[in-house]
Every structure is written in structure tokens, then in C-alpha cells.
Design a protein around this ligand. Structure first.
Ligand SMILES: O=C([O-])CC(=O)C(=O)O
Ligand SMILES: [Mg+2]
Length: 423
């Protein structure tokens, strides 16, 4: 980042008031009567009702439209383990996106936990506060156990965004990119650089969408994950292949697809030149991708390129997923976010990219035209139709798969965030 851009980012966060989120009131508080309702003595009435039946919390408090964004700061973006407090700008940022794109109120919670069990215990004890929990930027392999335990212990949906949000958006973009390249997921030779939470979840979802695991090579910091290695945890071991390839240079030869969820600048122009025709390169580490799009395009004019960033075409970033997935899940009071709901989100995202792009999106991106193709494989986050399509698909899948505690919402489809409380 240039000094000017760096300063602009710091100024954005500091001024006119520190941070990016604030709390607002939803009820009148001007008079003594108002205060007597909002607080003592009136507040005792909903207390009694919730004590009688915990479901009443959805009726009398903000719980049903409130999500916690919870991190321990152990894997902040692609920056590494910088601790809980340093993750706060990202967690506030996720809150901004929840509110802006899906009308969901979010509180960020940064947990200083000495162990995965301490993290689990802390979150489990406070989970009833919210309607859902979005786990964020927690490192692998601890994140897998943390998510599993919290799904089991909490009565609300718990979703590790870096795993499933990223995987859903990657799968949608990948199906479209391969279609444009005139290739199929079933045939594609895939190289995944990175073996953390996002990488493992992305590859699992690609396999369940049709990719062949014997066509897939995953690399961690030590190189290719192969069956001869004895240092693999159970999650990496699932992707071990019997191969004599050892390095990225070996693995990338003739590959159709590169997915990077690793670290900045780890892919070179030479790597990209070794790939097959019309290579698909998703360099998704944030903020700095595995290879800069300009460098990739210069090395390979036929590349179909995506990053996680807002300042290049094809933003494959979980922002396209988590706001709308939680919207759909909250609105049917789903007990969990299951595979059916994730797959429904993949298809909703993939299909939306094939429709004409609204004028408001062109204006927001200052672009004369955008249409399904190499530079537009996935909708942009600013596209208001995401709220309608993804939330509806997720809510319907929750109902159909039996995890919804409420029927498909009568106020759906949502056209804007102003419709959120229309039920
Ligand atoms: O925050 C983002 O832009 C996407 C994300 O979850 C990450 O990189 O960890
Ligand atoms: Mg993240």
C-alpha cells in the first residue's frame, strides 16, 4: 500500500469518531412515560415473559436480529496471529457489512483465551445473548474443534465464516470461472496453496461440488501434502495424495486452477506461465494476494483472475456470503447452518452472476458495462439482489431440510434492508 492509501485507511477509521459502528435506539425515550416503559418498572414485564419461555426473547429483545462476530485474533486476514484486540477493526468491519448489506445488528467480541477450551467455554456461556454467532479469523486447526463444540453446545447457528463463507463464495466463483474457461470441475486439476481453515473448507466444498480429490494438490508451508509425510494433522491428512511432486513449481505444471489462501506474493509469474490454457487463479489472501492481478495478466493474457479485494474485478470474498446466509437463517430461526443451506447459497450466487447487472452496481463501480465473463464471474457485494436471492435460497433450504423453527417468511423476498422488519 502507498503511504497515501495507508494514511487514508487510518483516517477513515479515526475520524470523525473512532471506529465504524455505533448503537442506535429503536424506541421513543423522550418522556417519563417512555422511560417507565423502557426501564423500571416496564422492563420487568418482558423479563417475566422471557423467564416463563425463552422464545419470548425473540419477541421482546433484539436477539433475533443480532449476531456476534467473535475472534481470538489468531489468524487475522492473512496477517497472522496478532492477538484479540488487533482483530477489532476487522470484527467491527464485519459488523458494518452485516448491517449495510443485510440489516443485521452485530456486536464484535474479542476473546483473550489461553486455550481452545477456554475460548469454547467463554463463548458458550454468553451465546444466548445473540441470534447467531459468526466465528472469525481463528487459526487452524483449533478453529475446527472450536466450531464443532460450539455448534453442539449453543442453541443458535454458529458459523465459522473463514471456512464456510469463503468456501461458498469460492465454489460459486469457481463453477462460473470454469464454465467461462470451457472446463468442468470434475476434470479440473486444482492446486491449493494454503492448508488453513479457509483452504481446507474450500477444497472440501469443491470436492462435494464435483472436483476429484485425486486431481487436487494442497500445499502448506512445507510444500506438497503427500502420503509420505508424517507431520500432518487429521485435517491436512484428508488431502494427502500419493505423488512425487514436492513444491509449488512441481504442482502447478499444467494445472487448470490455482486457489491461494496462504500469504502475500507466494505465486510468481513463472508459476502462472506453467499452468494450462485459460488458467483460473483465485489469489484470495487478504489484504495482499498471492500474486497481483497486473502481474498475473501480464504473464498470462488468458488468465481468469480473482482476489479477495474490493479494488479489482472478481472479488471472491466471504462478504458475498455471511450477511445473507445469516439473514436467511435468522428469519426462519434456524437451529444451525447446514450443508443444504450452504449449497443453496452457492447456487444462488453462481446464478445471479449470469443475470444483467443493475445500473446502481455499474455506477458504484464507475464501470460503463459489466456482464458475465472473465472480469465478472461473481456478483459484487454492492448488488442489492444478493439480499433477495441468497437469503431466500438459504431460508428455503433451512425449511426444506428441517432445521427451521419458523416457516418460510411471508415478507420474503427482501428487496432492501428496509424490508427486514416487515414481518
Ligand atoms: O475479511 C476479509 O476480507 C475476508 C476474510 O474473512 C479474511 O480474509 O479473513
Ligand atoms: Mg476472516
Amino acid at each position: 500500500m502507498t503511504d497515501a492509501k495507508r494514511q487514508a485507511a487510518l483516517d477513515y477509521h479515526a475520524h470523525p469518531i473512532p471506529g465504524k459502528l455505533s448503537v442506535e435506539l429503536t424506541k421513543p425515550t423522550a418522556t417519563a412515560r417512555d422511560l417507565a416503559l423502557a426501564y423500571s418498572p416496564g422492563v420487568a414485564e418482558p423479563v417475566r415473559e422471557i423467564a416463563k419461555d425463552s422464545e419470548n426473547a425473540y419477541l421482546y429483545t433484539g436477539k433475533g436480529n443480532l449476531v456476534a462476530v467473535i475472534s481470538d485474533g489468531s489468524a487475522i486476514l492473512g496477517l497472522g496471529n496478532l492477538g484479540p484486540l488487533a482483530s477489532k477493526p476487522v470484527m467491527e468491519g464485519k459488523g458494518v457489512l452485516f448491517k449495510r448489506f443485510a440489516g443485521i445488528n452485530a456486536t464484535d467480541v474479542e476473546v483473550n483465551a489461553e486455550s481452545p477450551q477456554a475460548f469454547i467455554d467463554t463463548v458458550a456461556r454468553i451465546a444466548d445473548t445473540w441470534g447467531g454467532i459468526n466465528l472469525e479469523d481463528i487459526k487452524a486447526p483449533e478453529c475446527f474443534e472450536i466450531e464443532r463444540a460450539l455448534i453442539e453446545q449453543c442453541h443458535i447457528p454458529v458459523f465459522h465464516d473463514d471456512q464456510h463463507g469463503t468456501a461458498i463464495v469460492t465454489a460459486a466463483g469457481m463453477l462460473n470461472a470454469l464454465d467461462i474457461a470451457d472446463k468442468s470441475l470434475e476434470e479440473a486439476r486444482i492446486v491449493c496453496l494454503g492448508a488453513g481453515a479457509a483452504a481446507i473448507a474450500c477444497m472440501k466444498l469443491l470436492v462435494s461440488c464435483g472436483a476429484r480429490s485425486d486431481n487436487l494438490i494442497m500445499l502448506d508451508r512445507k510444500g506438497v501434502i503427500h502420503t509420505g509425510r508424517e507431520d500432518l494433522n487429521q485435517y491436512k491428512a484428508m488431502f494427502a495424495v500419493d505423488t512425487d511432486k514436492r513444491t509449488l513449481t512441481d504442482a502447478i505444471e499444467g494445472a487448470d486452477v490455482f486457489v491461494g489462501l496462504s500469504g502475500p506474493g507466494l505465486m510468481s509469474a513463472d508459476h502462472i506461465r506453467r499452468m494450462a490454457d485459460n488458467p483460473v487463479v483465485f489469489a484470495c489472501t487478504n489484504p495482499d494476494p498471492e500474486i497481483a492481478p497486473d502481474l498475473a495478466h501480464a504473464a498470462r493474457p488468458d488468465v481468469i483472475m480473482a482476489t479477495g479485494r474490493s479494488d479489482y474485478p472478481n472479488q471472491v470474498n466471504n462478504v458475498l456470503g455471511f450477511p445473507f446466509i445469516f439473514r436467511g437463517a435468522l428469519d426462519v430461526r434456524a437451529t444451525r447452518i447446514n450443508e443444504e443451506m450452504k449449497v443453496a447459497a452457492v447456487h444462488a450466487l453462481k446464478d445471479l452472476a449470469r443475470e444483467p447487472v443493475p445500473r446502481a452496481v455499474l455506477e458504484a463501480y464507475d464501470s460503463p458495462a459489466m456482464s458475465f465473463g472473465r472480469d465478472y464471474i461473481i456478483p459484487t457485494p454492492i448488488d442489492v439482489r444478493l439480499l433477495e436471492r441468497v437469503s431466500s435460497a438459504v431460508a428455503q433450504a433451512a425449511v426444506d431440510s428441517g432445521v427451521a423453527r419458523r416457516p418460510y417468511p411471508s415478507h420474503y423476498p427482501l428487496k432492501t434492508v428496509a424490508d427486514v422488519y416487515a414481518s
